[in-house]
Design a protein around this ligand. Structure first.
Ligand code: ATP
Length: 583
C-alpha cells in the first residue's frame, strides 16, 4: 500500500507541472474533453444495458414492431458510441503529443543545463541511459498515465452506475436454489465483488514480479542500443583494430540479457494470461449460472436475464480493473521509477556543490585566481593542489606535467564543470572563457554551423567563417561551408584541431585554454597557428597544456604539475607582496 502511495506521489510530481505550465489551458481543455467523452460512453453503456432487456423481451414475445424499433434505437446508440470513441482517441493523442512535447522540453532543459549532463556522468549513481528516459520513457509515461487514469475513472463511473442497476436486478431476480428463494439484498453485487477481489488478489500474486522484470527489460534494451550507437560512432577504430569479432561478442552478450529477461517476462505473462483469460471467460457465464434457477422457475424473463448478465459483466469488469490492466500497470510503474530516477539524478547533479565539499566559483576581479584549490577525483582522492595561483590577463601560460597528473582536470575545475574538491576558483566578471580540447566537438550538420558552435547558426556571416578557415590553413573547407556532414568522422584529427582554432578566432575569447589542442599538427604548423593566435587575439590570455618543448617559445610562463607527496602546481604562485587579483 505504501508502495502504491509512493508511486502515485511520484506520478503526481511528474504529471502536474504540465497542467500548470504555459500550455495549461490546452492541456486542461483536452483532458476535460477526453473525460467528458468517457462519461458519455459510460452513459451509452447504461442505455445499451437497458436496451438488452427490452430487445430480448421483444424477441421472446415475437413482437416484430418492438424488434424493429429497438434496432433503430441500437443504431443510434452505436453510432453515437462510434463517433465518441473516434474523437476520444483523437483528442487523447493530441493531448499526449502536447504533454510529451512539454515534458521533453522540460527534461532537455534540466539535463542540458550548465554541465548537469556531465556531472550526472561523473557521479557513480547516475541514471543509466538518459537518452532513453527522455525518449521512450517520457512517451510511455504520458501514454500510459492517460490510458490508465481514464481507464480507472471509467471503471469507477461504470461501477457506480451499474451497481445501482445490478442491485435492482438482484431484487427482481432473487437467488433461487432448489425451489427456494433466498432474498439477499443486492446479492449479485456482492457476488461480483467477491469475484473481483478473488481475481485481483490472485493477479497480483502471479503478476507482481513483472514490475521489476519490465524495469530491467527497458534497461537492457537501452544498454544494447547504446552499445550499438558506440560501435557506429567508433566504426573506424573498430575496423582498423579488426575489433568486429570482439564487438559482436560484446553486443551478443548484451543482447543475451535482453533475451534472458524477455524469457522471464514471457513465462510470467503466460501464467498471468492463463489466469486472467480464464477469469474473464468465467465471468461471462457466472451471472447466468446465478440467475438461471430463477429464469427456469419462470420468475424472470429472458430480457431480464440477459440484462443481468450484461450489468454483472460491467460491474465485474469495473471491479477487475486491476486484473485487466495489470500488465500495463506493471510497465507503467517501471516507467515511473525510471523517470523518478532521472529526476533524482538531475537534482543530485545540480545540488552536488551544495551537498558535498565542492570547489567554489566566484566572479570578481580581472584575473583568474586559484585559492587554496584542491582538485579531487569523484571518489575524494586528492589529485592536484594549487595554493595561491594567478593567471594574469593577457598572459601566455604553458602547463606541463606527466600524463595523468591532472592537467585536464585542472582545466575542468577552472571551467566550473568539475565540482569535486575544495577551495575557490575566481574568474573575472563577464570574461569569455573557451576550452579547446585535443578532439574538438562538431555538431553533425552544415559545416558553417559546426564551426561557429555553440553560437547560433548565422551568428557569424559566411565571409567571416571562410576567412577564419583560410587563416588556419583549411582553404578547401572554406569552399564547403554549406556542406552537410559528420565532421568529427570525416576530418583528420589535425584538420579538426585547425577547425577548433578557427572557432576560437571567431569567438575571440578573453581566456583561451588549449588542452593539447594542436598536438596532432606538425611543429611548423603548430608554430604558425600559435603566431596566428598571438596576432589575432593579442589581448587574450592563452593557457596551453602541451608536452612539446617547441611550445615554450610561445608562452611567457611555464607552470608544472609536480609530484611532491601530492601533485602541486609549481611556477605561478603569488608572492606575499602580490595581493589576490580578485580581492
Ligand atoms: N571522470 C573521472 N573519474 C575518475 N577518474 C578520473 C576522471 N577523469 C579523470 N580521472 C583521472 O584523473 C587523473 C588525471 O586525469 P587528467 O585527464 O586530468 O590527466 P592529464 O594530466 O590531463 O593527462 P594527459 O596528459 O594524459 O592528458 C587520471 O588518473 C584520470 O584517470
Amino acid at each position: 500500500m505504501n508502495n502504491i502511495r509512493a508511486t502515485l506521489a511520484i506520478v503526481w510530481r511528474i504529471a502536474i507541472p504540465y497542467f500548470r505550465s504555459e500550455d495549461k489551458w490546452a492541456g486542461r481543455g483536452l483532458l476535460a474533453a477526453v473525460i467528458v467523452i468517457e462519461l458519455l460512453l459510460v452513459a451509452i453503456d447504461v442505455l445499451v444495458n437497458q436496451w438488452y432487456s427490452r430487445f430480448y423481451n421483444y424477441l421472446q414475445e415475437r413482437d416484430w414492431n418492438g424488434f424493429v424499433w429497438e434496432l433503430g434505437v441500437f443504431t443510434l446508440l452505436a453510432s453515437a458510441s462510434v463517433a465518441l470513441s473516434v474523437y476520444q482517441l483523437y483528442l487523447n493523442q493530441w493531448l499526449q503529443i502536447r504533454w510529451r512535447q512539454w515534458l521533453t522540453r522540460h527534461y532537455l532543459g534540466e539535463w542540458l543545463n550548465s554541465a548537469t549532463h556531465y556531472r550526472m556522468q561523473l557521479k557513480g549513481d547516475a541514471a543509466d541511459n538518459p537518452d532513453q528516459r527522455i525518449t521512450d520513457d517520457v512517451r510511455s509515461f504520458v501514454e500510459q498515465t492517460l490510458n490508465i487514469g481514464i481507464g480507472l475513472l471509467s471503471s469507477i463511473v461504470t461501477l457506480l452506475s451499474f451497481v445501482v442497476i445490478l442491485w435492482g436486478l438482484s431484487n427482481a431476480a432473487p437467488l433461487h436454489i432448489s425451489g427456494l428463494d433466498f432474498p439477499i439484498p443486492g446479492y449479485l453485487v456482492w457476488a461480483a465483488l467477491v469475484y473481483a477481489i478473488f481475481g485481483t488478489a490472485l493477479t497480483h500474486w502471479i503478476g507482481s514480479p513483472l514490475v521489476n522484470l519490465n524495469f530491467e527489460q527497458q534497461r537492457y534494451e537501452a544498454d544494447f542500443r547504446f552499445n550499438l550507437v558506440r560501435v557506429r560512432e567508433n566504426s573506424e577504430q573498430i575496423a582498423l583494430l579488426k575489433g568486429e569479432g570482439a564487438e559482436r561478442e560484446r553486443l551478443l552478450l548484451r543482447y543475451g540479457y535482453v533475451v534472458g529477461n524477455w524469457y522471464a517476462i514471457m513465462s510470467r505473462t503466460k501464467r498471468l494470461t492463463a489466469f486472467t483469460a480464464s477469469y474473464s471467460q468465467a465471468a461471462v457465464i457466472f451471472p447466468f449460472i446465478l440467475t438461471a434457477p430463477a429464469y427456469f422457475a419462470g420468475k424472470i424473463q429472458l430480457g431480464g436475464m440477459v440484462q443481468t448478465g450484461s450489468a454483472f459483466g460491467s460491474v465485474q469488469k469495473a471491479l477487475s480493473f486491476f486484473v485487466s490492466a495489470y500488465r500495463s500497470l506493471a510497465e507503467w510503474r517501471a516507467v515511473v521509477a525510471r523517470l523518478d530516477g532521472f529526476e533524482m539524478s538531475v537534482a543530485s547533479a545540480v545540488n552536488l556543490p551544495a551537498h558535498e565539499p565542492a570547489i567554489a566559483l566566484e566572479v570578481a576581479g580581472r584575473h583568474i585566481d586559484l585559492e587554496q584549490l584542491c582538485v579531487n577525483l569523484p571518489n575524494g582522492t586528492p589529485l592536484v593542489a594549487a595554493k595561491a595561483f594567478t593567471i594574469q590577463a593577457s598572459e601566455r601560460v604553458l602547463v606541463t606535467g606527466p600524463s595523468g597528473s591532472g592537467k585536464s582536470t585542472l582545466f575542468r575545475a577552472i571551467a566550473g564543470i568539475w565540482p569535486f574538491g575544495t577551495g575557490t576558483v575566481v574568474v573575472p566578471e563577464k570574461a569569455k572563457l573557451m576550452m579547446l580540447p585535443q578532439r574538438p566537438y562538431f555538431s553533425v550538420g552544415v559545416l558553417r554551423d559546426a564551426v561557429v558552435y555553440p553560437a547560433a547558426p548565422g551568428a557569424f556571416d559566411a565571409a567571416q567563417v571562410r576567412e577564419a578557415l583560410i587563416a588556419v590553413g583549411l582553404p578547401d573547407l572554406a569552399e564547403r561551408l554549406d556542406e552537410d556532414g559528420h565532421w568529427n568522422r570525416m576530418l583528420s584529427l589535425g584538420e579538426q584541431q585547425r577547425l577548433g582554432l578557427a572557432r576560437a578566432l571567431l569567438h575571440a575569447p578573453d581566456y583561451l585554454f588549449l588542452d593539447e589542442a594542436t598536438a596532432s599538427l606538425d611543429e611548423p604548423s603548430e608554430a604558425r597557428l600559435y603566431r596566428l593566435l598571438a596576432e589575432r587575439l593579442p589581448q587574450a590570455t592563452i593557457v596551453s597544456i602541451g608536452h612539446r618543448s617547441t611550445l615554450d617559445a610561445f608562452h611567457t610562463r611555464k607552470v608544472a604539475l609536480v609530484k611532491d607527496g601530492a601533485i602541486h602546481v609549481v611556477g605561478g604562485e603569488r608572492t606575499a607582496a602580490e595581493p589576490s587579483a580578485a580581492r
